[in-house]
Design a protein around this ligand. Structure first.
Ligand SMILES: Cc1ncc(COP(=O)(O)O)c(C=O)c1O
Length: 322
């Protein structure tokens, strides 16, 4: 195994992954147990799967080189795609964002890019989960550690297939609690880069505070997004969300909500907003591929609205197909 880095399901809580599991529990200590999302991976006949270097293998035996620039420099991009009724949801939109991210870091897409939908469909079928979470990671490639990359380095693709996380009715009814944190990220947050250290650090801070998510707010109080979600609020019956820009990942769920909300006559307003408006909002929710629309019931220990998920958030959740 020397010289290789084992890819484990980092958030896997499945007892099947004993060593990964112990590791995860250590990392997750300090996080309220009820904030851990179920991956539904309780089946014994299905295994998390990886597609790596053209082969499908069990995720727990998948390895990459320690010289992968994704490991040494976080020199890579990724996408997370959920299936609905067994089909990847909004796949073209995810591919478009991936292409933009690749362009953003000057990464050429591999020659087999056109085959990825087929690889993904094959992986979903092989994995055999009721619903799958597909994770695509593309790094600049493998070479001895040096900042300047070798020209024509072959990008390294890893695709993993794991059960799609689910939220119980109780978790949705309870909603989530968030903190606001200082925006400390770079000005190209529209690139879905694997360099997520600020996001990880702030999510850890939220966890230590007994909360679920941290919302990046700049020094002027302008609200950007969560560490792994976009944010919306409802004020006077209108849905408000910050505009795209340097400090926002163009969330696929955000776009879906905006399009569907407008189509169903729900007033939406995409504009810059500040922390005070968030605190005064009737409702607040987070959007992401993992959560769809997740109610927020508390911000920096202040109750949102009446402290319960509101009707607009429910309406938005219902915009998503089963
Ligand atoms: C920083 C950040 N913003 C927003 C999102 C939501 O994006 P999407 O709806 O495409 O999952 C994510 C998802 O991981 C994220 O990491």
């Amino acid at each position: 195994m020397n010289g290789f880095l084992r890819i484990t399901g980092a958030a896997s809580l499945s007892p099947r992954h004993n060593s990964a599991c112990r590791h995860d529990i250590r990392i997750l200590s300090g996080i309220r147990p009820d904030t851990i999302v179920s991956t539904g991976s309780n089946s014994t006949d299905m295994a998390d799967l990886a597609h790596i270097n053209g082969n499908f293998i069990p995720l727990e035996s998948a390895v990459v080189s320690v010289n992968d620039r994704g490991y040494t420099f976080a020199d890579g991009i990724y996408e997370v795609i959920a299936t609905r009724n067994g089909q990847p949801f909004l796949l073209p939109e995810h591919f478009r964002r991936l292409e933009r991210s690749a362009e953003g870091i000057g990464l050429r897409l591999p020659a087999n890019y056109a085959d990825w939908p087929k690889i993904i469909a094959g992986g979903i079928e092989r994995a055999g989960f009721a619903e799958t979470m597909v994770y695509i990671q593309l790094t600049r490639g493998v070479m001895p550690r040096r900042h300047v990359a070798i020209e024509d380095l072959e990008p390294q693709l890893v695709i993993t297939f794991r059960p799609r996380p689910t939220f119980t009715a109780a978790q949705l009814a309870a909603g989530q609690r968030v903190i606001t944190v200082e925006e400390i990220r770079w000005r190209r947050c529209w690139i879905k880069s694997t360099a997520l250290l600020p996001n990880v650090m702030m999510k850890q801070e939220a966890a230590r505070a007994g909360c679920d998510e941290a919302i990046f707010v700049d020094r002027d109080g302008e609200v950007h997004e969560g560490t792994s979600s976009n944010i919306f609020f409802a004020a006077g019956g209108t849905l408000v969300t910050p505009p795209l820009g340097d400090y926002l990942l163009p969330g696929i769920s955000r776009r879906f909500i905006l399009d569907r909300a407008a189509a169903t006559g729900l007033p939406v307003d995409v504009r810059r907003c500040n922390r005070d408006e968030l605190l005064a909002a009737d409702e607040v929710f987070l959007s992401s591929t993992t959560m769809d629309a997740m109610p927020v019931v508390e911000i920096d220990r202040h109750r949102v609205g009446d402290g319960k998920p509101g009707p607009l958030t429910r309406r938005v959740r219902e915009l998503f197909p089963e």
